[in-house]
Design a protein around this ligand. Structure first.
Ligand SMILES: *Cc1c(COP(=O)(O)O)cnc(C)c1O
Length: 398
């Protein structure tokens, strides 16, 4: 069933996703290897411990870790890893969380305490620990981290993401050096990062990835790291991890996605994305007030996006209004608009089915032409957009 057949059967809006991997759109296109694996295992019984041991070996091979397991999401991976640092192998303490006998702190650079759709620090607080911020949003010096660590500190959390403040933060290797000198393990949230080895190589004790982002696996999370800490995190499945349970299909699907990643022809994928970007840039050239250009990923993933900047005096629409117009059409075209208030948005080529790039370009050109020719310019105040979004959130299920 393709997207529009599915949309018709369930009365949903057909979607073309040029925003990247978004939980609210169903994450990514799951690779055929993962779909096949999930289909195979669904009717069978397995010993989950054995299946997860198999996952551990695959994760170790791909990440260079000592051990690993699959959980429900990267967000649950954060909670489980932190909880493991708190309880170690004390099974009674595992059951007691989020209640603890003593206070526990997790240190994080203030500029890393962001939202990925939910707050990073809430993933920590779920365990019963407290998040202690080192430095200010725009700067964390070595002394900030050094002096944020005390006898209650059980872990130091580091976030790699386009969401974090992009300057003034400690590099991971220095962050690890400072934490390790004080006996504190480092947990890295690398949910969307393509590089499966770098963060452990830089000194992280546990690294967490999403299974459903770049890997194209089912909704899942990957926990990888030092064997002892991974075991402590694993034990949380008898405690707060129960509500983050992952099924056999997700474990096997995530393993299949990892293996597919290992053998994927990354150059071919990249070449296709470059072709799409060039098509968009060429197709948007010479439109009054529109600038389109390729831009590298901010966290150095090997991918580029098409940045589209509008001059509203010429386009007669703002970046956020144009994004909304595209999203309101059929199919709904969802652009990457988290920076729209700055006058631009991106088109991400990573989650397209063949031919959709042409639809995106045609619809963009159409919407820009309509805006130019409309009797009145469409320039909603950004504050108004914020209010509308909040109302829309609170309206569900209507
Ligand atoms: C997406 C994301 C998460 C959450 O990942 P899930 O697997 O969807 O829970 C956490 N951290 C960062 C930096 C992310 O980008």
């Amino acid at each position: 069933m393709n997207n529009s057949e599915l949309a018709k059967a369930l009365n949903l809006t057909p979607v073309i996703n040029v925003s990247g991997t978004m939980t609210y759109l169903g994450a990514s296109i799951v690779v055929p290897q993962a779909i096949e694996a999930m289909t195979k295992i669904l009717p069978e019984f397995v010993k989950m411990e054995e299946l997860q041991r198999f996952a551990s070996r695959t994760i170790a091979r791909l990440t260079g870790s000592e051990a690993g397991f699959i959980t429900a999401s990267c967000a649950s991976g954060i909670s489980l890893a932190i909880a493991g640092c708190m309880t170690k192998d004390n099974l009674l303490a595992v059951e007691a969380l989020p209640e603890t006998a003593a206070p526990y702190d997790v240190v994080i650079q203030a500029g890393h305490n962001v939202s990925y759709g939910a707050a990073v620090d809430q993933a920590v607080r779920l365990t019963g620990a407290r998040c202690v911020q080192a430095g200010q949003a725009t700067q964390c010096q070595p002394y900030h981290l050094e002096q944020s660590i005390n006898e209650n500190t059980v872990a130091a959390l580091y976030v790699v993401s386009h969401h974090v403040v992009e300057y003034g933060q400690l590099p991971l290797s220095l962050f690890c050096e400072i934490a390790h000198a004080r006996g504190v393990p480092v947990i890295v949230d690398a949910a969307s990062e393509y590089d499966l080895r770098r963060f452990l190589a830089d000194g992280a004790d546990i690294v967490l990835y999403s299974g459903h982002k770049f890997l194209g696996g089912p909704t899942s999370g990957i926990v990888a790291g030092k064997k002892e800490l991974v075991r402590y995190a694993w034990l949380q499945n008898r405690g707060i991890g129960r509500g983050m349970k992952v099924g056999k299909e997700s474990v096997y699907g995530a393993i299949a996605a990892l293996e597919a990643w290992e053998t994927r022809d990354h150059q071919r994928v990249r070449d296709n994305e470059t072709r799409i970007l060039d098509l968009w840039v060429a197709g948007l050239a010479n439109i009054p007030g529109v600038q389109a250009a390729r831009e590298a990923d901010p966290t150095d993933n090997p991918l580029e996006r098409c940045k589209i900047t509008l001059d509203p005096t010429l386009t007669r629409t703002t970046a956020w209004d144009l994004a909304q117009t595209l999203a309101a059409g059929k199919p709904s075209i969802i652009v990457r608009d988290h920076l729209a208030e700055k006058g631009y948005f991106y088109l991400d080529p990573c989650n397209l089915h063949p031919g959709q790039e042409e639809v995106v370009l045609a619809r963009l050109r159409e919407a820009l032409a309509a805006a130019r020719e409309a009797p009145t310019a469409k320039k909603t105040a950004f504050a108004e957009i914020l209010k509308q979004r909040q109302q829309a959130i609170l309206r569900w299920p209507d």
